[in-house]
Design a protein around this ligand. Structure first.
Ligand code: ZN
Ligand code: ZN
Length: 588
């Protein structure tokens, strides 16, 4: 090759690097996917300063001979370009082949690889091959990329903070581990191990290495299929949720993908079981004939489309709803487990009891976990509640705290119930049911209610008066910017009727565009909250008993319509732990 041609190639690689390599995570991605392609069963990613100083990937894959090793850095190393049909099959991860050349153009690369007992060592600096020599004979490949972008300082500046770079890499590696439970992964930054999986093929163990024990205990398996799709995986109980959508993970034929329709469906399946602005943790493995996948989507974007979307979404939704609507979902207060039972404790040191109430506050970026211990008792947790319509155990009110929390008991332990949330749930289900009936009854008002509006609100409202009629209000225009309400649906309580109507008007004006279902849902939620507000009436223990019985009859007695829990459980065991009655010798 002439000198000029080589220079051209280096330049081309530098330019291409701008597209392929924009952050450390994309370098990690290219290197690790090469390792997977090489059939590695163990892949270590060792970073120095989040990869900005060095990224080293060690695998036990099949390695390369000298010719391939050198060729892998050339711009047209096309051995990896594959047909589009292969794209979503198990063994191939995408089309690359030029990425390594691009990475080498903007860094220093040291490659040690070995195929068939012959080792090769290649050193490249800024795209120029400095050394090709015999190396050690060991299984697999060690590739070290250091000083990324050292020769393109402008790019270096664009690199995000060390924290962001590491978060991106961790996110990528977590997803890769979830889609390859059979590969043993280690991710280490400086001296900290961030991820370690055992390669046993057990998805729940991977979930545990990423999310920790307390989340893993609350993951339940799902499995199902229809004519086109097969789905298996784990979903979190509704009490476990995160602020980011990023933990709804969809794997299609072994590859992590993104699809907003699937995410929306998952999220909707949890509707009213969790707060709307929080998202569950789900790992769904979808197996499908590749011909159903639309491959016109650029594969590096991880986006994917299916030609039979409806049946997929139905399956996803039914799997989740079945799982979460059949369980006793009262969150149990987590009492910190004592590690050793019989160690003597210093007597007068204040023991702070740490209740792990703030499940939802846990950071989204997983913390490094040094030791991965899998308890067998978390592995299969699939007992189903035989739902005899009532999902919640019988429980007996003991009293009311601050007019807000009901204290209850039964043979299993103690419960705290949020009065407002409980009432709200009862109202919500009652209203929804009434609204869903084909002939909604309405009641004529002895004293019709007139409501005056601002002129702009009135204009919007006039366009949507049919929504009132659909809800079985009888509403007429009444002079300038006013309406008069003569009948109201019977389900709507008559106290504060004007207030209720104004709330519905607010929904109409705020939403502007909506489906009837969404509108009805919104009205039911607003009304249930409004009418759950405690009036200045004194609640007797009978009133409370009635409320608890009403709640137990609900389809989902565990959450208010906004997804907050109605009830929290302290088991007898938890109480004993909290008061140090168990685990020690407490005869005094
Ligand atoms: Zn409320
Ligand atoms: Zn609520």
């Amino acid at each position: 090759m002439s000198v000029i041609k080589v220079m051209d190639e280096i330049l081309a690689n530098k330019i291409a690097a701008g597209e392929v390599v924009e952050k450390c995570a994309s370098v990690v991605k290219e290197l690790v996917e090469n390792s997977i392609d090489a059939g590695a069963s163990e892949i270590k990613v060792l970073l120095i300063d989040s990869g900005t100083r060095e990224i080293k990937v060690v695998d036990n894959g099949k390695g390369m001979d000298e010719a391939d090793a050198v060729l892998s850095f050339s711009r047209h190393a096309t051995s990896k370009i594959i047909s589009e049909d292969d794209l979503y099959n198990l063994n191939t991860l995408g089309f690359r082949g030029e990425a390594l050349a691009s990475i080498a153009a903007v860094s220093r690369v040291d490659l040690k690889t070995c195929a068939k007992d012959v080792g090769t060592h290649v050193v490249i600096d800024g795209g120029k091959i400095l050394e090709v020599s015999k190396g050690d004979a060991r299984v697999g490949t060690i590739i070290t990329v250091s000083e990324l972008f050292y020769n393109t300082p402008a790019r270096l500046k664009h690199m995000k903070s060390l924290y962001t770079e590491l978060a991106n890499i961790t996110d990528y590696m977590n997803k890769l581990a979830l889609s390859h439970p059979d590969i043993r992964f280690i991710l280490q930054n400086n001296d900290n191990i961030i991820l370690r999986t055992d390669g046993s093929g057990n998805l729940l163990k991977v979930i545990q290495s990423i999310y920790g024990n307390s989340v893993t205990r609350k993951m339940v398996p799902v499995k199902g299929e229809n004519a086109d799709y097969e789905i298996s995986g784990y979903i979190s109980l509704p009490e476990v949720h995160r602020s980011s959508r990023n933990n709804m993970i969809t794997i299609v034929n072994g590859r992590v993908v993104r699809n907003s329709d699937i995410n929306r469906t998952i999220n909707e399946a949890y509707h009213s079981y969790k707060p709307d602005n929080r998202y569950p943790i789900t790992v769904l493995n979808i197996t499908v004939d590749p011909s159903v996948i639309d491959v016109n989507i650029h594969p590096t974007k991880m986006d994917i489309k299916f030609s039979k979307m409806d049946t997929l979404l139905e399956l996803v939704s039914s799997l989740i709803i079945n799982k979460i609507s059949n369980r006793n979902l009262i969150p149990e207060v987590e009492v910190k487990k004592e590690t050793q039972k019989t160690v003597e404790r210093p007597k007068y040191i204040e023991q702070v009891i740490k209740l792990d109430l703030n499940e939802s506050v846990i950071e989204d970026v997983p913390l490094p976990e040094e030791e991965v211990i899998v308890n067998d008792d978390i592995i299969s947790d699939d007992e189903e509640y035989n739902s005899s319509t009532e999902l919640m155990h019988e429980m007996y009110p003991v009293g009311l705290v601050h007019g807000t929390y009901i204290v209850l008991e039964n043979e299993n332990g103690m419960y705290l119930m949020d009065l407002h949330a409980a009432k709200e749930r009862c109202n919500y289900e009652r209203f929804k049911e009434a609204m869903g009936k084909p002939n909604i009854a309405s009641t004529a008002l002895l004293f019709p209610v007139t409501i005056e509006l601002s002129s702009d609100d009135y204009i919007i409202l006039k366009e949507h008066l049919n929504l009132f009629t659909d809800l079985k209000f009888k509403v007429e225009e009444f002079g300038i910017n006013s309406i008069i309400v003569k009948e109201h649906p019977t389900w709507l309580p008559t106290n504060n009727l004007e207030d209720s109507i104004r709330t519905i008007i607010d929904v109409i004006i705020k939403e502007k565009e909506f489906s009837i279902e969404k509108f009805n849902e919104k009205v039911a939620m607003m009304m249930s909250c409004k009418h759950a507000v405690r009036a200045n009436t004194h609640l007797t223990i009978e009133d409370i008993r009635d409320l608890v019985e009403d709640l137990r009859k609900c389809k989902n007695p565990f959450n208010c319509p906004h997804g907050r829990p109605t009830t929290i459980f302290y088991s007898n065991y938890d109480l004993e732990k909290l008061f140090k009655r168990s685990g020690f010798d407490m005869k005094k």
